[in-house]
Design a protein around this ligand. Structure first.
Ligand code: SF4
Length: 255
């Protein structure tokens, strides 16, 4: 039995068919850069021996520029000292996944496992998140996953408003480059910080909010760590997952 089927069986809910991703996945930065360079050998190597200058095709040049900007942002984050969390982190946690993702999942901040491994949503909570999203047809590599904060708050305390204010521009820049069709805020802290509200999570669920300059649609659901502590809430999370799936389909249809 597949993981999806196990998850659905555990919840006692109906079965969806896996969707296929119509958007092309962008390779990892190094691979994409290599492909871009390989696609324009004349522009790079033959310019000195031909009479007419050879210019890289606009699409290739745009991809290369995008990769340069992305890696510059990653480097900026890796050495960031904008807030006090820089003094206690093991490493920054930039984010992971498909740079052309339709769906972007945003959590609160790195925990101890994430701080150690440098990747968001690892450990048991990460595994449950993977299962939840696979249940509606989204394998982890097809998404982009990040947090509101790039550094772990000591003792997993909640982010301070000043820390969020310092760090949120990085997430906004990632959003500008990825341009997902839908955001999913997992957990109360992520949702309240992204939406600048103190409304309880229960009242934020089940509706489409908007985030950022692009007014990207945003849906709120439970954090998988909360679901591990409160398994009886999994049925509600399944309602959220079906809502996410339907909204994403709607966003794609309207594109
Ligand atoms: S949490 Fe964000 S703003 Fe603070 S040091 Fe880390 S990367 Fe910089």
């Amino acid at each position: 039995m597949s993981v999806r089927e196990q998850y659905l069986e555990a919840l006692g809910v109906d079965v969806w068919k896996a969707r296929t991703d119509s958007r092309p996945a962008l390779a990892e930065p190094g691979v994409a850069m290599a492909a871009a360079v390989a696609a324009a050998p004349a522009a790079l190597g033959a310019a000195a021996v031909v009479v007419a200058p050879v210019v890289a095709p606009p699409a290739v040049a745009a991809i290369a520029a995008d990769e340069v900007a992305w890696e510059a942002l990653r480097a900026q984050v890796s050495t960031c000292t904008r807030c006090e969390l820089s003094q206690t982190r093991t490493q920054t946690v930039f984010g992971v996944g498909n740079r052309r993702a339709d769906l972007m999942v945003i959590g609160e901040a790195p925990g101890s496992d994430e701080d150690r491994q440098g990747e968001p949503f690892v450990g048991r909570a990460g595994q449950l998140l993977n299962s939840m999203l696979r249940a509606i047809g989204y394998a982890r590599p097809t998404l982009y996953i990040a947090n509101v904060l790039k550094c772990r708050p000591p003792g997993n305390r909640e982010p301070k408003p000043g820390e969020v204010a310092c760090c949120l521009p990085y997430l906004q820049q990632q959003l500008d480059m990825i341009q997902p069709r839908l955001l999913v805020a997992v957990g109360r802290v992520a949702a309240q910080n992204l939406l600048a509200t103190d409304t309880p999570l229960a009242r934020l669920r089940g509706q489409v909010h908007r985030f950022g300059a692009r007014a990207t649609p945003l849906i709120v659901t439970y954090h998988p760590a909360y679901l591990l502590r409160s398994p009886t809430e999994k049925r509600k999370s399944w309602v959220d997952l079906k809502f996410i799936r339907a909204e994403l389909a709607r966003a794609r249809a309207g594109a």
